[in-house]
Structures are given as structure tokens and as C-alpha cells.
Design a protein around this ligand. Structure first.
Ligand code: C2E
Ligand code: MG
Ligand code: MG
Ligand code: MG
Length: 277
């Protein structure tokens, strides 16, 4: 009956909107089976320091639909969030991260892996138990795992989120604030929570070094991070002038198309196996 209510509601909208809503609905229907049908995969995008050494990498979910081809995370992640499908999908990515950590260990490559964790995952009462069980089952090291969360999760100010974060930190997991600066959160959490890292959003990195406003924001964030002893990663680095500006201003890690596009995990591991590190 949920379907028929949806269809009735759709009928009241303009034709253009109808296709948009139908598209989202189709995405949700197809996404339900995507994992079971092996249509999902994980890509990885490395992060580099001033010496061009890989210091970490972020795992990013990919979906190749049998008819529509690759579907952008910008289209399917929001659907997965609202439907709750992000919970099993996110857990699957987490397991992929742990398997990848084992492969990195076999290569004697000690980089950390970052995984995007949705607020929906945190709202599971047994989230910490599930993470702990996955760690035990895979044998992966928790101290090589970074959970990327957004300011939105911290805005909730829910005590249970703080308790869960501290339990995960006790396991060795570190936390990174993704898309830093785009949320409406107060900075108070920086003094309350043992955050390890912040990732400056691509929208601010875009404008450096030419846009005065972006320059001011990025410099201020880097100064503040130093006071809090936070590591900083810049997202979406696309040209050398951004690199020069960011390293000159003390940013530790850069991630972006200039260095590397997100790539298949196996491809990346093969590359690491050949390169000295
Ligand atoms: P994000 O976590 O902020 O990830 C960074 C996004 O920026 C990725 O988009 C990446 O491909 C893109 N990117 C990296 N370097 C550059 C660059 O130089 N230029 C430009 N224009 N873009 C760059 P992607 O893979 O499309 O993912 C979009 C968002 O979807 C992610 O943003 C994240 O919020 C979400 N997402 C992806 N995978 C997962 C996942 O496994 N779980 C959850 N909860 N969310 C995910
Ligand atoms: Mg991220
Ligand atoms: Mg981001
Ligand atoms: Mg994002």
C-alpha cells in the first residue's frame, strides 16, 4: 500500500517532477537488490602528503546498474539514507575496508583507510557491537580505520552518539569530520570530542588561491586545526596552485583528481605492490 500512496501523491505533481520522483522510486527499488546481485563495488582515492607519499585513502561506494550503467553516489546515497538501505550498504563497505586493510598489511603498507559512516548507521543501537564483531571476524586492525562523519551527526547532540563515538575510539577507531565547514554546527564539539581529523570541503578548496573569501576560510581552518592538534585533509584538489597554497599553509594531506581519481581497490593494491613505499 505504500506504493499506491506514493503513486497517488505523484499524480498531483507536474509531469517534470513526476519523472524525478519516479526516478528516485526506481533507484530505491533497484538499490534493494543491488548488493545481492553484485552490482556494488568500492573505489578508493588515496591521500598524499607534502612528500607525495600516500598517507591514507578513502573508500567510496560505486553502483553499476545493469541498464542505466554507473549511478552517481550523489543520486543513490541520499535515497539509501532516507530508505535506511544505507545501513546494510554501509556495513558492507566497512567490511570491504577491513578486507582491504588485511591486503595492505600483506604488502607491509601502513596506510589508514577512511570510510563514510552515515548517521543512520549510528542510530542503530547495536552499531558498536556490529563494528566490533566485524573487526573480530576479519581480524583487521581498528587503529587503521577512520570513520568519516558529517557535522550533522554532531548537531544532533544526542548523548548516545557521543557514547558510541567514545566506545569506537576505545577500540582504536579515529574520527574525521567530512565536508568540514558546510554544516551548520557549532564548533563546541571540537573541545568535547576526541576528533582526529577534519576534511576541508571541496567548495572552499575550489577557490584557493584566487578567491579571497575561500583563502580566508581555508587559512582560518588550518590555524584552528593546529590549535586543536587535528590533522587536516583538503578535498577536491584539482590543480598545482591549490597544492602549493595548501602545503605552504600547513595542510597535511591532499585528496583530489590532480593526484588520483577514485579507482578500483584491486587496481590500487596492484599499483602499491609495484611501487616502493
Ligand atoms: P565525500 O565523502 O565528500 O567524498 C568525496 C567526493 O569527492 C567523492 O565523490 C569523490 O569522487 C569526489 N572527488 C574527489 N576528488 C575530487 C576532485 O578533485 N574534484 C571533484 N570534482 N570531485 C572529487 P563520490 O564518490 O561521487 O561520492 C559523493 C558522496 O557520496 C561522498 O562525498 C559521500 O558523502 C557519499 N558516499 C560515497 N560513498 C559512500 C559510502 O560508502 N557511505 C556513505 N554513507 N556515503 C558515501
Ligand atoms: Mg568522505
Ligand atoms: Mg567530503
Ligand atoms: Mg560529502
Amino acid at each position: 500500500h505504500a506504493k499506491s500512496t506514493g503513486a497517488n501523491r505523484v499524480a498531483a505533481f507536474e509531469p517534470g517532477m513526476q519523472t524525478e520522483i519516479e526516478k528516485l522510486f526506481l533507484i530505491e527499488e533497484d538499490l534493494k537488490t543491488a548488493l545481492a546481485l553484485g552490482q556494488l563495488s568500492v573505489h578508493v582515492q588515496p591521500q598524499y602528503n607534502n612528500a607525495r607519499a600516500v598517507i591514507g585513502a578513502e573508500l567510496l561506494m560505486r553502483w553499476t546498474h545493469p541498464e542505466r550503467g554507473p549511478v552517481s553516489p550523489a543520486d543513490f546515497i541520499p535515497v539509501a539514507e532516507t530508505s535506511g538501505l544505507i545501513v546494510p550498504l554501509g556495513e558492507w563497505v566497512l567490511e570491504q575496508a577491513m578486507q582491504t586493510l588485511l591486503a595492505l598489511e600483506r604488502l607491509a603498507c601502513d596506510v589508514s583507510l577512511s570510510v563514510n559512516v552515515s548517521p543512520r548507521q549510528f542510530r542503530q543501537l547495536d552499531f558498536v557491537d556490529r563494528v566490533r564483531a566485524l573487526l573480530q571476524r576479519t581480524g583487521a586492525r581498528a587503529d587503521r580505520l577512520i570513520f568519516e562523519i558529517t557535522e550533522g551527526l554532531l548537531v544532533e547532540r544526542s548523548d548516545s552518539v557521543l557514547v558510541q563515538m567514545n566506545e569506537l575510539i576505545a577500540l582504536g577507531i579515529r574520527f574525521s569530520i567530512d565536508d568540514f565547514g558546510t554544516g551548520f554546527s557549532s564548533l563546541g564539539y571540537l573541545k568535547r570530542l576526541p576528533i582526529h581529523e577534519i576534511k576541508i570541503d571541496r567548495s572552499f578548496i575550489n577557490g584557493v588561491p584566487d578567491d579571497e573569501g575561500d583563502v580566508a576560510i581555508v587559512r582560518s581552518v588550518l590555524l584552528m586545526a593546529r590549535q586543536f592538534r587535528l590533522q587536516v585533509i583538503a578535498e577536491g584538489v584539482e590543480d598545482q596552485r591549490q597544492v602549493d597554497f595548501l602545503f605552504a599553509n600547513g595542510c597535511e594531506g591532499l585528496q583530489g583528481f590532480l593526484f588520483s581519481r577514485p579507482q578500483a581497490v584491486d587496481h590500487w593494491l596492484a599499483e602499491l605492490a609495484l611501487a616502493p613505499h
